[in-house]
Write a protein that binds this ligand. Structure first.
Ligand SMILES: *Cc1c(COP(=O)(O)O)cnc(C)c1O
Length: 374
């Protein structure tokens, strides 16, 4: 019997059921199902959370990233054939957003401590065709340091954050007093509200966040058939709208996000303290950052045996991600790249349960089982 399922969305949404039902009913009553008040209010609230000027809610996180890159192409900041540096260890959507726009991914290996792109390798990838860096705040750990900001400044690169996994996370940077929230660290950010994300809809949704007025206007037009006003199309655009119902669900859940992120931090701290098995490496809790732990990922060279052992003890696990994008069949042209840290992580990573309703006591009980593994 599974005592600790890896994730159970029914249980995760249960405490909010009354509020979610009331919000759904209000949208049904309103007669406004797209472009309504809920969307406008959600955009304002997400912009505030990310300390950014603009937010445009979208159909999903992949579309948010696609729209940012497409907008830069329309704005002549980039053109097809240009390159975007992207970590080799990410969910494939980061890369799909690049190739969908006929841009080229320039895969960069990861730092085994942060599991995010290794900014010391950035300079070695610079060519005249490189126009942007897409840091991915993987597993909820901010990926932004002064080396990255410095390389971007010196080579005139855009920083496009894939903030699908780190809403509400913060990073401290030299030269900036205090900390900055992910989503507002670079030139633009894509956010996903996929149901399992820390802030998850009850279906698909996403958002673009930016401080750039031109980019915001271009994305808004592109997402609405390329029209800047009714029946006036300046771009061959797309339909990437969010539903009012999803905006309303997200506004309910946004009120609980600080508490949800704190709960995840408490679980990560409990796991890190209680896991003492030398066969298992725990993830780093990094000074000067507020990580939000979308996933809690340990590493073990006997990964498959560990997963079976945990499964037999009623503990659900998952792998993020077993096959990196450059080894997927659709990207076979990149399969010869040397990305040793990425390949190592893909073969050793195990994600432990962290989604609600896991409590620190559950994490300690799971850790006790892990400590018995040999
Ligand atoms: C979830 C995710 C996406 C895609 O978001 P969707 O809303 O599922 O389209 C993109 N990048 C990363 C890193 C993700 O985890």
């Amino acid at each position: 019997m599974t005592r600790y399922p890896f994730v159970d969305l029914r249980l995760a949404n249960k405490p909010l059921e009354t509020e979610l039902k009331a919000a759904t009913a209000a949208v049904i009553e309103s007669g406004r199902y797209l472009h309504g008040e809920q969307t406008a209010l959600l955009e304002e609230e997400i912009a505030n959370l990310c300390e950014a000027k603009h937010c445009l809610a979208t159909s999903n996180g992949l579309d948010a990233l696609r729209l940012i890159l497409r907008a830069y192409i329309e704005m002549r900041v980039m053109q097809p054939g240009d390159k975007v540096i992207v970590p080799a260890d990410t969910y494939i959507a980061s890369v799909l957003a690049i190739t969908d726009n006929r841009l080229e991914p320039s895969f960069i290996d990861i730092d085994p401590v942060t599991m995010n792109l290794d900014s010391n390798l950035l300079e070695s990838l610079i060519t005249p065709r490189v126009k942007a860096i897409m840091p991915v705040h993987l597993y909820g750990t901010p990926c932004c340091d002064n080396t990255m900001l410095d390389v971007a400044r010196r080579y005139g690169l855009k920083i496009i954050e894939d903030n699908a996994q780190a809403i509400g996370a913060k990073a401290a940077l030299n030269g900036i007093n205090g900390t900055r929230t992910t989503g507002g660290l670079g030139d633009a950010a894509g956010i996903s509200f996929y149901p399992t994300k820390n802030l998850g809809a009850l279906g698909d949704a996403g958002a673009v966040v930016t401080n750039d007025d031109d980019l915001a206007a271009t994305v808004r037009a592109l997402a609405n058939y390329g029209s800047d006003r009714r029946y006036h199309n300046i771009y061959c655009g797309l339909n990437c709208r969010i539903d009012e119902i999803q905006a309303a669900m997200l506004r309910v859940k946004l009120r609980h996000l600080p508490q949800e992120n704190k709960r995840r931090q408490a679980i990560a701290a409990a796991y890190n303290e209680a896991i003492t098995n030398p066969l298992v490496a725990t993830p780093a809790i990094i000074d000067n950052m507020r990580q939000v732990w979308h996933q809690y990922v340990i590493r073990c060279t006997r990964r498959d045996r560990l997963r079976t052992f945990l499964h037999d003890n009623g503990i659900g696990t998952d792998i993020h991600y077993a096959t990196p994008p450059h080894l997927q069949p659709c990207y076979s042209q990149y399969s010869d790249l040397e990305l040793p840290q990425t390949v190592l992580l893909a073969s050793t990573a195990v994600s432990l349960p962290i989604a609600y309703p896991i409590k620190p006591d559950d994490a300690r009980a799971i850790a006790a089982v892990i400590n018995r593994f040999s």
